[in-house]
Design a protein around this ligand. Structure first.
Ligand SMILES: [Zn+2]
Length: 170
């Protein structure tokens, strides 16, 4: 009886292996690539982030902190250029999409590219908001609201501390 069970067990294991093998084979078939130049993720430990970011950048980017309105260095910036993630330089916004929101935070109506940022639902503080995250490092940048100007009607409410401004070359 014991021997028979062993044999059945062995057979099952073999069948599983064959099944797995065909599955593995299957996954090897090339899939159509959604994004040919896939963004490389920047992965660091909390201690590493703490070392390379300023306390304010660290609080905003890694702990979803919010800088005080009118306190950041770009809410009132009107120069032409680009805004990059303070942690990894990922291109986030163009100055031409920046607008006066009156909030004291740098605000944009559109990200630089469709894959620059991603959003996720944020239900903290009893609010129903969409958090904006850098696609590259997963760092918190701010929130997006749908009371922005045309053509998108969106308002990307960012933290100055999460970004670094790069002046356009003349
Ligand atoms: Zn980033």
């Amino acid at each position: 009886m014991n021997r028979r069970l062993q044999m059945i067990g062995g057979l099952l294991a073999m069948l599983l292996l064959i099944g797995y093998g065909s599955l593995a084979q299957h996954s090897k078939t090339p899939k159509p690539k959604a994004d040919p130049k896939k963004t490389e993720m920047v992965v660091k430990t909390d201690a590493e982030w703490k070392k390379i970011l300023t306390p304010m950048q660290y609080d905003v980017l890694r702990h979803a902190g919010t800088e005080r309105p009118y306190s950041g260095d770009t809410w009132n910036n009107h120069e032409a250029g680009v805004y990059r993630c303070a942690a990894d330089g990922n291109l986030l916004f163009f100055s031409k999409t920046k607008f006066e929101s009156g909030t004291g935070w740098p605000s944009f109506w559109e990200p630089a590219t469709r894959t620059a940022v991603k959003t996720r639902a944020d239900r903290t503080d009893g609010m129903d908001r969409d958090e904006v995250i850098c696609i590259k490092c997963g760092g918190h940048l701010g929130h997006v609201f749908n009371d922005g100007p045309q053509p998108t009607g969106l308002r990307y409410c960012m933290n100055s501390a999460a970004m670094k401004f790069e002046k356009a070359k003349k």
